[in-house]
Design a protein around this ligand. Sequence first.
Ligand code: SF4
Length: 454
Amino acid sequence: MNVTTLPKPPRVGLVSLGCPKALVDSERIMTKLRADGYDMSPDYAGADVVLVNTCGFLDSAKEESLEAIGEAIAENGRVVVTGCMGKEAEVIRNRFPDVLAITGPQQYEEVVAAVHEAAPPVPSPFIDLVPEAGLKLTPRHYSYLKISEGCNHRCAFCIIPHLRGDLVSRRPDAILREAEKLVAAGTKELLVISQDTSAYGVDIRHRPRPWKGEEVRAHMTDLSRELGKLGQVPGDVWVRLHYVYPYPHVDNVIPLMAEGLVLPYLDIPFQHASPDVLRRMRRPANDVKVLQRIRNWREQVPDLAIRSSFVVGFPGETEEDVAYLLAWLEEAQLDRVGAFKFEAVEGAPATSMESQVPEDIKQERYEAVMALSARISAEKLAAKVGSTVDVLIDAVDAETGGATGRSKADAPEIDGEVHLRDAGGLSPGDIVSARIEDSDEHDLYGVPLEPVLA
Ligand code: SF4
């Protein structure tokens, strides 16, 4: 049996100087780096690169910043400088010519890019929340928003709790402040990520924090509602929820979708449907009545798009389990499905389970799931031909006059796209209304109507 050994993530040391605003910037940079798979290093020696977030408010603060850079160079040698003193790059370069990169305050994309260059991230499909293609810096108009780190579950195929520890939720006000800054900087779509979004706040007992004169609980429902209110009018910033386990309280975000505060989209990693396989996988929220709940959700929000991922070939999986999964998928009519063949990962309990499934059988089962989900996807997309959908533009092609974007049913990188013809004058980040003219297994094709938001 092949056992996959996970790569060691690069480690970043952080020296954060200055005011609370600089601290929030540091927090935001580190959140992005953590989402990209970096670990924090508590000391210089263990860091692959050291990030110094400087303060340049007073001469004394500048001197303190220069001393901190000097110490990081002496102790580690691989140093990226950011923050207010970045405006005085010359001063820093004259004193420390070996500094790898210098960026200014709030230049998040640049500083994260500099860290990527100094210590490239090591993508791993087993631990990354963001797909490998997403390791590029996201464009300005959409942003990942990480709300917690770690996980309290112990799924048999997963080593994340071992690597990242138990659930640690961020404060709701810190998340909202970060989201507000992202929106002010041009983000039109917030992609909420964590290992288990429905469990957000459990570790901090959902403790409320003040936000804009009110108390907001550290809870998925409250947080989603407040995120949906960012932007000029409620709902004009798209809020997309990823990694949602179908705990009963997830029912409470469905009305927020009906109100337009949260996108009618749920990314629920079901991983299997057979109760027996789910039990052996030790999956959370393993609810046999989930099909009924999906029906209820769709009654309230008819255009709800559900994406999910499934693992075939888990140890002990029988032909009956696969038949159950296929029948379940036919009934559930999920909009987007990703299938994976079980892979043994070093350190995961499932790796040493008996009754490992041979590779050729895994492949057969994988193809069966992919064929069924492709058919369902094609049918669901064909039903949209002739309708009008809002499209967030990701890219424009000046040569052809076309544009590519996504509907509310499509997350970047993992779902389909909407290809528009005659889309001259549009820019990435525009949201337009489009009439759908054609479809295939994954994508839609159409033409823009009047811009609805710019
Ligand atoms: S819910 Fe399961 S699969 Fe997801 S991170 Fe936690 S232990 Fe891993």
